[in-house]
Design a protein around this ligand. Structure first.
Ligand code: TYD
Length: 133
């Protein structure tokens, strides 16, 4: 199924919300790296790359944004607007993010350390890479 959406269990109570994310169970991989994107200007679009081997899950833990995912054939846009909604970004998926609300904090969980050589940053290179057996 594309895109893969995860609904995290809401553990909050009358005091407020709480979501716990555990590797291998809440997300389908071992969590090696966590980063977050914040203070993104509202008219900024970012991303525009794919990864060869990296798997990620994105969650807007505050505010909202849109995640556009493209597998080389199909493009889908998912609105991330809840701390309980995650989108899985598998290897070989071109992604971009847009429509950031001023308060958006986009948390990203990743299964590998940062490695620039895992990035494909040119869309034509991405399409060629997808066609390579
Ligand atoms: P990049 O992944 O290109 O951001 P985006 O997809 O949101 O446009 O990362 C921006 C810069 O930050 C780039 O120079 C690489 C660096 N970076 C790290 O050093 N470590 C990381 O874990 C990440 C995600 C990025």
């Amino acid at each position: 199924m594309f895109p893969e959406i995860i609904t995290f269990k809401q553990l909050g109570d009358e005091r407020g919300g709480l979501v716990a994310i555990e590797e291998e169970t809440s997300v389908p991989f071992h969590i090696c790296r966590i980063y977050y994107i914040y203070d993104t200007k509202v008219d900024v679009e970012r991303g525009f790359h794919a990864h060869k081997t990296l798997s990620q899950v994105g969650v807007a833990v505050s505010g909202s944004c849109e995640m556009v995912l493209n597998d080389g054939t199909t493009e889908v846009c998912t609105r991330l607007d809840s701390p309980t909604k995650g989108v899985v970004i598998r290897p070989g998926i071109w992604r971009s993010m847009r429509c950031f609300s001023h308060d958006c904090v986009l948390l990203v969980l990743a299964d590998q350390p940062y490695d620039e050589s895992d990035y494909i940053r040119n869309y034509d290179d991405f399409l060629s890479w997808k066609c390579t057996p």
